[in-house]
Design a binder for this molecule. Structure first.
Ligand SMILES: [Fe+2]
Length: 460
């Protein structure tokens, strides 16, 4: 009997404490609650003060962006004020941009969610802006518009944050900002929250808490994961519906695929086109073909050297017994045919990278990563298909794009280099250059059982 099976039997039975202690190789702490919010505490209820403030790219983020925020109900109409940032505290006469407001009732009571879309901005320009809640203003925020196609761009990429965001995602985001203070764009590849458990509003509160101040300093492009959906049963059987928070939480470009509009969109950032897919809608709502056609049109129309696709569920799943067949049937051929450079994914709570269907080609590079606390295991077969892989590791990624070179780095929660490569565009072809120097060794799960007694995961 293996140690892992023995541990499972011990944890699942009522054997004596002394025997259980003997069976577990290392002390495992008790499981941590999913949020830091004690039962009954209303810390994340809406107030007069604007909160959950996040900037998202417009279709052309050099010229505009959208801002979402939240407040309690109040007398004054919510509005955004914006000026070109200067060194004087005198903000002059700001331009006022009205917001659209919608109400949302969750476990913390009713809140008003506001969205303002700012256009007509100048590229590569630092703007100061603030938003009004229910009679109270936010601080003046600074956000830089994106720049020209040939100007360098730095992007932060985070996998699933999902669980224990205030407790354990916060440190990853702060380390990422420290390593890439020049980043102007951040992408999150889904499962920002765990959801589905009646605690969604506290979880969203903690996601914003853990990601601040990134969400106002950078433009944030989120992907919807399956945990942004709610699962329920109706007369037609089990259904997944995009959660109520999603359309309120982010002011997105609104240029999505037919049938999957709320969580699909594209935008251009310097010399790259970013296309965001909704894997859950593709898998559960039958929109895979519509998204594939829309993706193909967005890629064929791409005037830029680089193309980056984002989707929560991986094309090649690094988790045992997971295969997103509909994505592989409809989306994968488009990614391959149109020579997307990077496919940024999440969902499987490990790290793994691999090339595509044609081994001789440098692209696409398919990446799965995880920022948050939930950690799964990498099966043996995946270890032969992906390199590098990692278990038991919170990560962030830094992408640095220039017209002829894309540098990628995956770093651990403490900032150590885990994976790195460059894509170099030379005479029309893209070449992959692995960067091995400075990488730390492969990280594998050091424990047989999680704090929750699971032997099929590494943490929680
Ligand atoms: Fe997921």
């Amino acid at each position: 009997m293996s140690a892992r099976v023995l541990c499972a039997l011990l944890v699942g039975s009522a054997l004596s404490l002394s025997l259980a202690t003997w069976a577990q190789p290392a002390a495992v702490p008790p499981p941590e609650p999913n949020t830091l919010v004690p039962a009954g505490n209303a810390r994340h209820a809406a107030s007069a003060f604007p909160d959950r403030i996040v900037v998202s790219p417009a279709q052309d983020p050099a010229r505009g962006f959208g801002v979402s925020w939240r407040s309690a109900a109040g007398a004054q109409p919510p509005v955004l004020e914006i000026v070109e940032a200067g060194d004087s505290p005198d903000m002059g006469t700001p331009r006022r941009v009205p917001a659209r407001t919608r109400a949302l009732r969750a476990e913390n009571g009713e809140a008003l969610h506001h969205q303002a879309r700012v256009d007509g901005l100048q590229p590569d320009t630092l703007y100061a802006w603030r938003v009004q809640g229910a009679g109270a203003w936010s601080p003046w925020m600074h956000t830089r518009t994106l720049g020209a196609a040939d100007a360098p761009l730095t992007v932060l990429y985070f996998g699933d944050t999902q669980n224990k965001n205030a407790s354990l995602t916060t440190r990853v985001v702060r380390e990422a900002l420290r390593h890439a203070p020049d980043a102007t764009l951040a992408v999150f590849t889904g499962d920002q929250v765990n959801g589905r458990d009646g605690d969604d509003d506290n979880e969203w509160g903690e996601w914003f808490e853990s990601t601040a101040p990134l969400t106002t300093m950078l433009q944030v492009a989120p992907v919807a994961g399956n945990h942004e959906y709610t699962q329920h049963e109706d007369a037609a059987g089990e259904r997944m519906t995009l959660g109520a928070h999603w359309p309120h939480a982010f002011a997105l470009p609104g240029n999505g695929a037919p049938g999957a509009e709320p969580a699909t969109y594209w935008f251009d950032a310097h010399g790259a086109r970013f296309v965001v897919l909704d894997g859950t809608s593709a898998l559960e709502h039958g929109t895979a073909q519509a998204q594939a056609r829309w993706l193909e049109a967005a890629l064929r129309d791409n005037p830029h050297p680089w193309a980056i696709a984002l989707v929560h569920q991986p094309m090649y799943s690094p988790r045992q017994d997971r295969d997103n067949a509909l994505l592989r049937e409809h989306i994968l051929p488009v990614l391959e045919r149109e020579r997307v450079d990077l496919v940024l994914q999440g969902h499987d709570h490990v790290y793994g990278r691999r090339g595509g269907e044609v081994p001789q080609r440098a692209t696409p590079q398919y990446i799965v990563t995880v920022a948050g606390a939930k950690q799964y295991l990498v099966p043996e077969i995946v270890r032969r298909q992906m390199r590098p892989v990692a278990e038991d590791t919170q990560l962030f990624q830094v992408l640095r794009l220039e017209p002829a070179r894309l540098r990628y780095e995956a770093r651990t929660a403490t900032g150590r280099l885990y994976d790195a490569f460059e894509l170099r565009r030379e005479t029309g072809e893209v070449r992959l250059v692995e960067i091995e120097a400075g990488r730390i060794p492969q990280r594998d799960c050091p424990r047989d059982v999680t704090p929750k007694g699971r032997t099929d995961r590494c943490w929680e």
